[in-house]
Design a protein around this ligand. Structure first.
Ligand code: FAD
Length: 461
């Protein structure tokens, strides 16, 4: 589906006249900047980009795309590694100008528009010493992350991002503007908490906030590569103890100084106050002689920016991911062996451990179904030189293949790459898939919104 520009000048002019944001075509000055998403492997050229400033622009842009028979892509923060925010030859509805954030400190609520990124969100809510579970990299969009679940430093204490969602303003493919919450359109609200962008275009999100910071305890600590088993054993013990106040992430990574030295790092957030945090931080420091020790009091906003330099826009990315029930000796040995073979100093193996409040809900409480103990393993291949592409993809695939015999059913929908997004979406949504499909039948039976972790309507089968 593409747009014959010469025959559609009038329609494009009409769209431009209606929209508060700009309509961009190839050759316009911002066109390349907006069409390029985080993953440099994705290089698609939409026929039209509709930059939206609010719900009315989204309604008009979506109606235009449907009328013209264009494939429709929706861009929030553009971090989806499979590049679902951009299409080849169709219409990209770009939400990245929608930056409104309204904090209501008295009621501990915030409403944020769909173009907001986590750094912007944290900056605004931390003015009031408030926060909610959000992404660990500042440039990730709130929209895609929230609609897919949401892992973050506060998940032990306050659950996944979806557990803190209070309401969503949504534009449907029929051009209706709905509110979805526990009180209104409650089944839709259930589906939006994990079912991705399948049911409409979210224009704003309302979240519950909690007193956090401005200073928490944690940061980055890194040990020699040989000490990875110790850090993973510690993560395992944290999962056993299930202390809600601490969320830690292990990363087999490379030194930030560019030396290429392989390290076993941990990122830590303890939000239970100095008295309780310090003994835990001392324990972590004592795991082995640290190569980097940036553990201590740290502003919550700063903690959430620590990883940003390691994820530059337009670096090439290829990810594989799975869940394992336990970090057994075999799993740890595979991670160690594969990390030694890692061909790029930008790549990482990341192990996360949802626990505490994140696991206290039932798997069908939200569309996001992952409520049992276990670990998420992410094989994050990242490189800059296209000559290295084959070697990096091969390494990620080989690591994944070796882990597969130890993997559980399921996985995190927001980590699915281009290869897996088509064939694993159903599997990772597990028992919630059919209920989600019924919502898809109701809200988008023609599958207009299919550039996402797609739930095909059953009516189309
Ligand atoms: C560097 C990096 C760090 C990350 N860190 C974390 C992390 O800490 N925790 C975590 O849980 N995940 C993390 N992720 C994964 C992240 O959740 C996904 O990449 C997510 O898609 C990001 O949302 P986005 O708005 O930036 O993405 P986009 O690529 O813009 O969108 C993702 C998908 O959602 C759809 N979509 C976007 N906005 C809307 C909307 N308003 N309405 C309807 N559909 C929409 C898009 O069409 C697309 O299909 C990270 C990703 C990267 C690249």
């Amino acid at each position: 589906m593409s747009l014959d520009m010469k025959n559609n000048v009038a329609q494009l002019d009409a769209l431009s006249a209606r929209l508060s944001g700009a309509v961009l075509l190839s050759g316009d000055s911002d066109y390349d900047d907006v069409r390029r998403v985080h993953n440099g492997m994705i290089d698609r050229r939409p026929a039209v980009i509709a930059r939206s400033q609010g719900a009315a622009d989204v309604v008009d842009a979506l109606a235009f795309g449907i009328e013209q028979g264009l494939e429709v892509a929706v861009r929030g923060g553009g971090h989806n590694v499979a590049g679902r925010a951009v299409c080849e030859g169709g219409l990209m509805i770009d939400l990245s100008l929608m930056k409104g954030i309204w904090v209501d400190p008295a009621n501990r609520r915030v409403r944020a528009q769909a173009g907001v990124c986590w750094a912007e969100f944290n900056r605004a809510t931390q003015l009031h010493g408030l926060a909610t579970t959000g992404g660990a990299v500042g440039t990730t969009g709130i929209a895609g992350l929230t609609l897919g679940g949401g892992f973050g430093y506060l998940m032990g204490k306050y659950g996944y991002t979806v557990d803190n969602l209070v309401s969503v303003e949504l534009v449907t493919v029929d051009g209706e503007v709905l509110t979805a919450s526990e009180q209104e359109n409650s089944e839709l609200f259930w589906g939006l908490r994990g079912g991705g962008g399948n049911f409409g275009i979210a224009t704003s999100f309302e979240y519950a906030l909690h007193p956090v910071g401005p200073v928490v305890h944690g940061g980055l600590v890194a040990f020699a590569e040989e000490d990875a088993a110790g850090t993973l054993a510690f993560l395992r013990s944290l999962a056993e103890e299930s202390d809600d106040d601490i969320t830690a992430v292990c990363s087999m990574t490379h030194a930030p100084d560019g030396s290429g030295r392989k390290l076993a790092a941990m990122l830590v957030c303890h939000c239970g106050g100095q008295h309780r945090a310090e003994p835990v931080l001392d324990k972590i420091r004592g795991l082995a002689p640290p190569v980097i020790d940036r553990l201590g009091p740290i502003e919550y906003t700063e903690l959430n920016l620590l990883l940003d330099p390691g994820f530059p826009k337009l670096a090439m990315n290829y990810w594989k991911s799975c869940f394992v029930a336990d970090l057994t000796d075999e799993v740890v040995a595979i991670l160690n062996e594969q990390f030694r073979l890692c061909p790029s100093t930008m790549s990482k193996l990341i192990v996360e451990s949802p626990h505490g409040a994140a696991l206290r809900k039932k798997p069908d409480a939200t569309a996001f179904p992952h409520r049992s103990k276990g670990f998420s393993i992410m094989i994050l291949a990242q490189w800059k030189d296209s000559k290295e592409t084959d070697a990096n993809i091969a390494w990620a695939r080989e690591t994944y293949e070796r882990l597969l015999p130890h993997a559980q059913q399921g996985g995190y929908i927001n980590y699915l790459d281009e290869d897996d997004i088509e064939n694993r979406t159903r599997q990772v949504l597990g028992a919630n898939f059919q209920r989600l499909q019924a919502l898809k039948d109701r809200y988008d039976p023609q599958n207009i919104l299919h550039l996402n972790q797609n739930i095909p309507p059953s009516l189309a089968n």
